[in-house]
Design a protein around this ligand. Sequence first.
Ligand code: TRP
Length: 442
Amino acid sequence: MARSQWGSRLGFILAAAGSAVGLGAIWKFPYVASQNGGGAFLLIFIGFVFTLGIAMMMAEMALGRAAQSGAVGAYRKMGGKNWVWVGYMGVLVGFLIMSFYSVVGGWTIAYIIKSVTGEVISADAKHLGSVFGSFVSDPVQPLVYHALFMALTVGVVLGGVQKGIENLSKFLMPALFVMMLVLIARGLFLPGALDGVAYFLNPDFSKVTGKTVIDALGLAFFSLSLGMGAMVAYGSYVSKDTSIPGSALWVVSLTTGVCILAGLMVLPAVFAFGFDPAAGPGLTFITMPAVFAKMVGGQLFAVVFFILLMVAALTSAVSLMEVVTSFMIDEFHMKRVPAALSMASLMFVLGVPASLSLGEWSGYTLFGKGVFDLLDYTTSNILMPLGGVLLAILAGWKIWPEIHAQLGGDRGERIVWMPAMKAISCFVAPALVGVILVYNNL
Ligand code: TRP
Protein backbone atom coordinates (compact mmCIF):
# COMPACT_ATOMS: atom_id res chain seq x y z
CA MET A 1 0.00 0.00 0.00
CA ALA A 2 1.35 3.40 -0.91
CA ARG A 3 2.10 5.54 2.09
CA SER A 4 0.11 8.71 2.30
CA GLN A 5 2.04 11.88 1.63
CA TRP A 6 1.90 15.52 2.48
CA GLY A 7 0.01 17.52 -0.08
CA SER A 8 2.90 19.83 -0.81
CA ARG A 9 6.29 20.97 0.43
CA LEU A 10 4.59 23.86 2.19
CA GLY A 11 2.17 21.47 3.86
CA PHE A 12 5.08 19.41 5.13
CA ILE A 13 6.98 22.43 6.44
CA LEU A 14 3.89 23.75 8.21
CA ALA A 15 3.06 20.40 9.76
CA ALA A 16 6.62 19.93 11.03
CA ALA A 17 6.72 23.51 12.27
CA GLY A 18 3.34 22.96 13.91
CA SER A 19 4.86 20.11 15.89
CA ALA A 20 7.97 22.09 16.74
CA VAL A 21 6.53 25.50 17.55
CA GLY A 22 4.64 25.15 20.78
CA LEU A 23 5.07 25.57 24.49
CA GLY A 24 8.79 24.96 24.04
CA ALA A 25 9.31 28.20 22.18
CA ILE A 26 6.77 30.42 23.91
CA TRP A 27 6.56 29.11 27.45
CA LYS A 28 9.84 27.33 28.08
CA PHE A 29 12.35 29.30 26.07
CA PRO A 30 11.78 32.69 27.78
CA TYR A 31 12.06 31.36 31.31
CA VAL A 32 15.00 29.05 30.68
CA ALA A 33 16.87 31.83 28.85
CA SER A 34 16.01 34.19 31.66
CA GLN A 35 17.17 31.79 34.38
CA ASN A 36 20.43 31.28 32.53
CA GLY A 37 21.42 34.92 32.29
CA GLY A 38 19.97 35.82 28.88
CA GLY A 39 22.38 36.75 26.09
CA ALA A 40 25.05 34.11 26.47
CA PHE A 41 22.38 31.44 26.69
CA LEU A 42 20.77 32.72 23.50
CA LEU A 43 24.07 32.49 21.63
CA ILE A 44 24.77 28.96 22.82
CA PHE A 45 21.20 27.94 21.99
CA ILE A 46 21.51 29.33 18.47
CA GLY A 47 24.88 27.64 18.11
CA PHE A 48 23.34 24.26 18.94
CA VAL A 49 20.29 24.83 16.77
CA PHE A 50 22.20 25.62 13.60
CA THR A 51 24.75 22.84 13.93
CA LEU A 52 23.40 19.82 15.77
CA GLY A 53 19.77 20.90 15.49
CA ILE A 54 19.65 21.28 11.73
CA ALA A 55 21.79 18.18 11.19
CA MET A 56 19.62 16.01 13.41
CA MET A 57 16.47 17.40 11.85
CA MET A 58 17.75 16.41 8.40
CA ALA A 59 18.91 13.01 9.65
CA GLU A 60 15.53 12.21 11.24
CA MET A 61 13.59 13.23 8.15
CA ALA A 62 15.98 11.36 5.86
CA LEU A 63 15.76 8.24 8.01
CA GLY A 64 11.97 8.34 7.88
CA ARG A 65 11.83 8.79 4.12
CA ALA A 66 14.44 6.10 3.48
CA ALA A 67 12.64 3.58 5.68
CA GLN A 68 9.10 4.67 4.75
CA SER A 69 8.03 4.11 8.33
CA GLY A 70 7.78 5.69 11.76
CA ALA A 71 10.61 5.65 14.29
CA VAL A 72 10.43 2.08 15.63
CA GLY A 73 10.03 0.57 12.19
CA ALA A 74 12.68 2.86 10.74
CA TYR A 75 15.31 1.92 13.33
CA ARG A 76 14.47 -1.74 12.88
CA LYS A 77 14.61 -1.62 9.11
CA MET A 78 17.65 0.61 8.69
CA GLY A 79 19.66 -0.31 11.79
CA GLY A 80 18.72 -3.91 12.45
CA LYS A 81 17.32 -5.33 15.63
CA ASN A 82 19.98 -3.84 17.91
CA TRP A 83 18.65 -0.41 17.07
CA VAL A 84 14.96 -0.99 17.65
CA TRP A 85 15.23 0.04 21.25
CA VAL A 86 16.24 3.57 20.19
CA GLY A 87 12.80 3.73 18.62
CA TYR A 88 11.21 2.34 21.80
CA MET A 89 13.04 4.95 23.82
CA GLY A 90 11.53 7.64 21.59
CA VAL A 91 8.04 6.37 22.30
CA LEU A 92 8.76 6.40 26.02
CA VAL A 93 10.06 9.96 25.75
CA GLY A 94 6.93 11.03 23.90
CA PHE A 95 4.86 9.47 26.63
CA LEU A 96 6.78 11.21 29.41
CA ILE A 97 6.78 14.61 27.67
CA MET A 98 3.09 14.46 26.98
CA SER A 99 2.25 13.81 30.63
CA PHE A 100 3.64 17.15 31.81
CA TYR A 101 3.12 18.99 28.52
CA SER A 102 -0.62 18.59 28.86
CA VAL A 103 -0.47 20.00 32.39
CA VAL A 104 0.93 23.21 30.93
CA GLY A 105 -1.50 22.92 28.02
CA GLY A 106 -4.19 22.97 30.70
CA TRP A 107 -2.77 26.23 32.09
CA THR A 108 -3.27 27.87 28.69
CA ILE A 109 -6.95 26.93 28.75
CA ALA A 110 -7.29 28.24 32.29
CA TYR A 111 -5.66 31.51 31.24
CA ILE A 112 -8.06 31.94 28.34
CA ILE A 113 -10.84 31.81 30.91
CA LYS A 114 -9.02 34.03 33.40
CA SER A 115 -8.57 36.59 30.62
CA VAL A 116 -12.25 36.48 29.76
CA THR A 117 -13.25 37.02 33.39
CA GLY A 118 -10.60 39.71 33.74
CA GLU A 119 -8.91 38.02 36.70
CA VAL A 120 -5.49 38.35 35.12
CA ILE A 121 -5.86 41.74 33.48
CA SER A 122 -3.72 43.69 35.89
CA ALA A 123 -0.40 45.52 35.90
CA ASP A 124 0.20 44.58 39.51
CA ALA A 125 3.14 42.18 39.50
CA LYS A 126 2.34 40.84 42.97
CA HIS A 127 -1.25 40.11 42.09
CA LEU A 128 -0.30 38.30 38.86
CA GLY A 129 2.32 36.24 40.65
CA SER A 130 -0.12 35.17 43.31
CA VAL A 131 -2.88 34.35 40.82
CA PHE A 132 -0.49 32.03 38.99
CA GLY A 133 0.97 30.59 42.19
CA SER A 134 -2.35 29.80 43.78
CA PHE A 135 -3.72 28.40 40.53
CA VAL A 136 -0.92 25.93 39.81
CA SER A 137 -0.62 24.86 43.43
CA ASP A 138 -4.35 24.23 43.77
CA PRO A 139 -4.94 20.48 44.12
CA VAL A 140 -7.99 20.36 41.87
CA GLN A 141 -8.26 23.17 39.32
CA PRO A 142 -5.15 22.51 37.20
CA LEU A 143 -6.10 18.84 37.02
CA VAL A 144 -9.46 19.69 35.55
CA TYR A 145 -7.79 21.75 32.82
CA HIS A 146 -5.13 19.09 32.38
CA ALA A 147 -7.90 16.57 31.70
CA LEU A 148 -9.57 19.00 29.33
CA PHE A 149 -6.39 19.57 27.32
CA MET A 150 -5.73 15.82 27.16
CA ALA A 151 -9.30 15.24 25.98
CA LEU A 152 -8.90 17.87 23.26
CA THR A 153 -5.70 16.23 22.08
CA VAL A 154 -7.29 12.78 21.97
CA GLY A 155 -10.28 14.28 20.24
CA VAL A 156 -8.07 15.57 17.44
CA VAL A 157 -6.10 12.34 17.18
CA LEU A 158 -9.25 10.21 17.11
CA GLY A 159 -11.55 12.48 15.20
CA GLY A 160 -8.99 12.49 12.44
CA VAL A 161 -9.36 16.27 12.41
CA GLN A 162 -5.62 16.56 11.86
CA LYS A 163 -6.37 17.92 8.43
CA GLY A 164 -8.59 20.50 10.07
CA ILE A 165 -5.87 21.39 12.52
CA GLU A 166 -3.31 21.56 9.73
CA ASN A 167 -5.49 23.92 7.78
CA LEU A 168 -6.17 25.91 10.91
CA SER A 169 -2.43 26.19 11.60
CA LYS A 170 -1.93 27.82 8.24
CA PHE A 171 -3.81 30.80 9.65
CA LEU A 172 -2.93 30.49 13.29
CA MET A 173 0.82 30.34 12.83
CA PRO A 174 0.98 33.62 10.94
CA ALA A 175 -1.55 35.05 13.42
CA LEU A 176 0.71 34.04 16.27
CA PHE A 177 3.66 35.70 14.56
CA VAL A 178 1.80 38.98 14.05
CA MET A 179 0.44 38.88 17.59
CA MET A 180 3.92 38.45 19.00
CA LEU A 181 5.21 41.38 16.94
CA VAL A 182 2.42 43.60 18.28
CA LEU A 183 3.15 42.55 21.85
CA ILE A 184 6.87 43.11 21.39
CA ALA A 185 6.21 46.57 19.99
CA ARG A 186 4.01 47.46 22.97
CA GLY A 187 6.38 45.94 25.48
CA LEU A 188 9.38 47.85 24.19
CA PHE A 189 7.76 51.19 24.96
CA LEU A 190 7.26 50.37 28.61
CA PRO A 191 9.64 52.26 30.89
CA GLY A 192 12.59 50.04 31.78
CA ALA A 193 11.89 47.58 28.98
CA LEU A 194 15.22 48.17 27.28
CA ASP A 195 17.02 46.65 30.26
CA GLY A 196 15.23 43.45 29.35
CA VAL A 197 16.36 43.69 25.74
CA ALA A 198 19.94 44.24 26.90
CA TYR A 199 19.67 41.27 29.26
CA PHE A 200 18.39 39.08 26.44
CA LEU A 201 20.80 40.18 23.73
CA ASN A 202 24.03 41.10 25.55
CA PRO A 203 26.04 37.99 26.17
CA ASP A 204 27.60 37.86 29.61
CA PHE A 205 29.86 34.83 29.44
CA SER A 206 30.69 34.98 33.12
CA LYS A 207 27.23 33.52 33.66
CA VAL A 208 27.93 30.43 31.56
CA THR A 209 28.17 27.20 33.52
CA GLY A 210 27.71 23.53 32.71
CA LYS A 211 24.02 24.03 33.48
CA THR A 212 23.73 26.78 30.87
CA VAL A 213 25.14 24.48 28.21
CA ILE A 214 23.01 21.45 29.05
CA ASP A 215 19.89 23.63 29.32
CA ALA A 216 20.58 25.14 25.90
CA LEU A 217 21.14 21.71 24.39
CA GLY A 218 18.04 20.22 25.99
CA LEU A 219 15.89 23.16 24.97
CA ALA A 220 17.17 22.97 21.39
CA PHE A 221 16.08 19.33 21.19
CA PHE A 222 12.80 19.99 22.95
CA SER A 223 11.72 22.97 20.93
CA LEU A 224 12.69 21.40 17.61
CA SER A 225 10.88 18.14 18.52
CA LEU A 226 14.10 16.18 18.01
CA GLY A 227 15.62 13.12 19.60
CA MET A 228 12.51 10.98 19.91
CA GLY A 229 11.58 10.12 16.36
CA ALA A 230 8.73 12.54 15.75
CA MET A 231 10.48 13.94 12.68
CA VAL A 232 11.22 10.40 11.48
CA ALA A 233 7.48 9.81 11.22
CA TYR A 234 6.99 13.16 9.49
CA GLY A 235 9.83 12.41 7.08
CA SER A 236 8.22 9.14 6.08
CA TYR A 237 5.35 11.07 4.52
CA VAL A 238 7.57 13.36 2.44
CA SER A 239 7.38 12.88 -1.31
CA LYS A 240 10.53 11.99 -3.23
CA ASP A 241 10.86 15.34 -4.90
CA THR A 242 10.65 17.48 -1.80
CA SER A 243 14.06 18.69 -0.68
CA ILE A 244 14.70 17.62 2.90
CA PRO A 245 17.56 20.07 3.58
CA GLY A 246 15.50 23.02 2.38
CA SER A 247 12.47 21.98 4.42
CA ALA A 248 14.53 21.28 7.53
CA LEU A 249 16.16 24.68 7.30
CA TRP A 250 12.74 26.30 7.15
CA VAL A 251 11.40 24.40 10.14
CA VAL A 252 14.49 25.13 12.23
CA SER A 253 14.55 28.81 11.28
CA LEU A 254 10.84 29.32 11.91
CA THR A 255 11.03 27.68 15.31
CA THR A 256 14.14 29.58 16.33
CA GLY A 257 12.49 32.77 15.11
CA VAL A 258 9.52 32.15 17.39
CA CYS A 259 11.88 31.42 20.32
CA ILE A 260 13.65 34.74 19.81
CA LEU A 261 10.39 36.63 19.42
CA ALA A 262 9.13 35.00 22.61
CA GLY A 263 12.25 36.20 24.43
CA LEU A 264 11.76 39.72 23.11
CA MET A 265 8.15 39.56 24.15
CA VAL A 266 8.61 38.34 27.70
CA LEU A 267 11.95 39.68 28.96
CA PRO A 268 11.37 43.42 28.45
CA ALA A 269 8.15 43.04 30.42
CA VAL A 270 10.01 41.22 33.18
CA PHE A 271 12.25 44.23 33.66
CA ALA A 272 9.61 46.89 33.10
CA PHE A 273 7.36 45.47 35.82
CA GLY A 274 10.10 44.32 38.17
CA PHE A 275 9.39 40.59 37.98
CA ASP A 276 12.11 38.16 38.98
CA PRO A 277 14.00 36.96 35.85
CA ALA A 278 14.64 33.64 37.58
CA ALA A 279 10.93 33.15 38.26
CA GLY A 280 10.71 29.85 36.39
CA PRO A 281 7.82 28.10 34.65
CA GLY A 282 5.30 30.85 35.40
CA LEU A 283 7.21 33.57 33.57
CA THR A 284 5.17 33.83 30.36
CA PHE A 285 1.90 33.40 32.24
CA ILE A 286 2.75 36.02 34.84
CA THR A 287 4.38 38.71 32.74
CA MET A 288 2.26 38.82 29.59
CA PRO A 289 -0.95 39.81 31.41
CA ALA A 290 0.91 42.84 32.78
CA VAL A 291 1.62 43.94 29.20
CA PHE A 292 -2.03 43.37 28.23
CA ALA A 293 -3.12 45.56 31.11
CA LYS A 294 -1.15 48.42 29.55
CA MET A 295 -2.75 48.07 26.12
CA VAL A 296 -5.87 49.55 24.67
CA GLY A 297 -8.21 46.59 24.26
CA GLY A 298 -5.78 44.56 26.34
CA GLN A 299 -8.37 42.08 27.51
CA LEU A 300 -9.19 41.11 23.95
CA PHE A 301 -5.48 40.76 23.17
CA ALA A 302 -5.10 38.55 26.23
CA VAL A 303 -7.90 36.23 25.18
CA VAL A 304 -6.57 35.95 21.63
CA PHE A 305 -2.99 35.43 22.84
CA PHE A 306 -3.87 32.55 25.14
CA ILE A 307 -6.05 30.97 22.48
CA LEU A 308 -3.13 31.09 20.03
CA LEU A 309 -0.82 29.65 22.67
CA MET A 310 -3.30 26.88 23.38
CA VAL A 311 -3.57 25.97 19.71
CA ALA A 312 0.21 26.04 19.28
CA ALA A 313 0.44 23.66 22.24
CA LEU A 314 -2.32 21.48 20.82
CA THR A 315 -0.62 21.01 17.44
CA SER A 316 2.53 19.87 19.25
CA ALA A 317 0.61 17.65 21.65
CA VAL A 318 -1.21 15.98 18.77
CA SER A 319 2.10 14.95 17.23
CA LEU A 320 3.34 13.57 20.56
CA MET A 321 0.16 11.62 21.08
CA GLU A 322 0.27 10.34 17.52
CA VAL A 323 3.75 8.87 18.02
CA VAL A 324 2.60 6.90 21.05
CA THR A 325 -0.75 5.88 19.57
CA SER A 326 0.63 4.63 16.27
CA PHE A 327 3.27 2.67 18.18
CA MET A 328 0.55 0.80 20.08
CA ILE A 329 -1.30 0.17 16.82
CA ASP A 330 1.74 -1.03 14.87
CA GLU A 331 3.48 -3.07 17.54
CA PHE A 332 0.60 -4.41 19.62
CA HIS A 333 -2.05 -4.50 16.92
CA MET A 334 -4.39 -2.42 19.03
CA LYS A 335 -7.27 -0.59 17.46
CA ARG A 336 -6.91 3.15 17.19
CA VAL A 337 -9.61 4.14 19.66
CA PRO A 338 -8.54 1.91 22.57
CA ALA A 339 -4.87 2.69 21.84
CA ALA A 340 -5.36 6.44 22.05
CA LEU A 341 -7.73 6.28 25.01
CA SER A 342 -5.60 3.95 27.10
CA MET A 343 -2.38 5.88 26.44
CA ALA A 344 -4.06 9.21 27.12
CA SER A 345 -5.42 7.89 30.41
CA LEU A 346 -1.98 6.69 31.45
CA MET A 347 -0.43 10.01 30.48
CA PHE A 348 -3.12 11.81 32.41
CA VAL A 349 -2.41 9.72 35.49
CA LEU A 350 1.32 10.44 35.26
CA GLY A 351 0.51 14.12 34.81
CA VAL A 352 -1.37 14.21 38.12
CA PRO A 353 1.69 13.94 40.37
CA ALA A 354 3.49 16.31 37.98
CA SER A 355 0.84 18.92 38.55
CA LEU A 356 0.56 18.24 42.28
CA SER A 357 4.34 18.56 42.63
CA LEU A 358 3.90 22.29 42.04
CA GLY A 359 1.69 22.53 45.12
CA GLU A 360 0.62 20.00 47.73
CA TRP A 361 3.30 17.50 46.84
CA SER A 362 6.19 19.93 46.46
CA GLY A 363 7.86 18.21 49.40
CA TYR A 364 8.37 14.96 47.51
CA THR A 365 11.59 15.23 45.57
CA LEU A 366 14.19 13.03 43.95
CA PHE A 367 17.64 14.49 43.23
CA GLY A 368 16.20 17.76 44.53
CA LYS A 369 13.50 17.86 41.86
CA GLY A 370 9.75 17.40 42.08
CA VAL A 371 7.91 15.15 39.62
CA PHE A 372 7.23 17.96 37.14
CA ASP A 373 10.86 19.07 36.99
CA LEU A 374 12.07 15.51 36.96
CA LEU A 375 9.96 14.62 33.91
CA ASP A 376 11.01 17.80 32.17
CA TYR A 377 14.70 17.40 33.00
CA THR A 378 15.04 13.71 32.18
CA THR A 379 13.31 14.02 28.82
CA SER A 380 14.89 17.26 27.56
CA ASN A 381 18.31 17.11 29.13
CA ILE A 382 19.05 13.39 29.07
CA LEU A 383 16.85 11.23 26.89
CA MET A 384 16.35 13.50 23.89
CA PRO A 385 20.06 14.39 23.51
CA LEU A 386 20.83 10.68 23.96
CA GLY A 387 18.34 9.84 21.22
CA GLY A 388 20.08 12.45 19.08
CA VAL A 389 23.53 10.94 19.61
CA LEU A 390 22.33 7.47 18.77
CA LEU A 391 20.63 8.72 15.64
CA ALA A 392 23.80 10.58 14.65
CA ILE A 393 25.86 7.42 15.09
CA LEU A 394 23.43 5.37 13.02
CA ALA A 395 23.23 8.02 10.30
CA GLY A 396 26.93 8.84 10.15
CA TRP A 397 28.53 5.44 10.64
CA LYS A 398 26.05 2.84 9.59
CA ILE A 399 23.71 4.05 6.90
CA TRP A 400 25.41 7.18 5.58
CA PRO A 401 24.95 6.26 1.88
CA GLU A 402 21.16 6.11 2.36
CA ILE A 403 21.08 9.36 4.34
CA HIS A 404 23.37 11.01 1.80
CA ALA A 405 21.09 9.97 -1.04
CA GLN A 406 17.98 11.25 0.78
CA LEU A 407 19.64 14.60 1.29
CA GLY A 408 20.21 15.08 -2.41
CA GLY A 409 23.37 13.10 -3.02
CA ASP A 410 26.21 14.72 -4.91
CA ARG A 411 24.28 17.42 -6.68
CA GLY A 412 26.49 20.50 -6.85
CA GLU A 413 24.66 22.84 -4.49
CA ARG A 414 24.77 20.31 -1.66
CA ILE A 415 28.47 19.62 -1.75
CA VAL A 416 29.41 22.57 0.39
CA TRP A 417 27.67 21.46 3.53
CA MET A 418 27.42 17.70 3.05
CA PRO A 419 30.85 17.01 4.61
CA ALA A 420 29.82 19.18 7.55
CA MET A 421 26.68 17.12 7.95
CA LYS A 422 28.71 13.92 7.88
CA ALA A 423 31.27 15.28 10.35
CA ILE A 424 28.52 16.37 12.74
CA SER A 425 26.88 12.95 12.56
CA CYS A 426 30.07 10.95 12.92
CA PHE A 427 32.05 13.00 15.39
CA VAL A 428 30.67 16.30 16.62
CA ALA A 429 27.28 15.13 17.87
CA PRO A 430 28.50 11.97 19.61
CA ALA A 431 31.52 13.67 21.18
CA LEU A 432 29.94 16.97 22.17
CA VAL A 433 26.67 15.59 23.42
CA GLY A 434 28.47 12.70 25.09
CA VAL A 435 30.73 15.07 27.00
CA ILE A 436 27.87 17.34 28.03
CA LEU A 437 25.72 14.43 29.17
CA VAL A 438 28.47 12.83 31.18
CA TYR A 439 29.70 16.10 32.67
CA ASN A 440 26.24 17.12 33.82
CA ASN A 441 24.88 13.87 35.06
CA LEU A 442 27.76 12.16 36.81
N1 TRP B 1 8.57 20.92 20.22
C1 TRP B 1 7.38 20.96 21.01
C2 TRP B 1 7.30 22.32 21.68
O1 TRP B 1 8.24 23.04 21.67
C3 TRP B 1 7.36 19.90 22.07
C4 TRP B 1 7.96 18.61 21.69
C5 TRP B 1 9.07 18.08 22.17
C6 TRP B 1 7.52 17.71 20.74
N2 TRP B 1 9.33 16.89 21.58
C7 TRP B 1 8.41 16.64 20.72
C8 TRP B 1 6.47 17.71 19.92
C9 TRP B 1 8.26 15.58 19.86
C10 TRP B 1 6.30 16.64 19.06
C11 TRP B 1 7.17 15.61 19.05
O2 TRP B 1 6.30 22.68 22.23
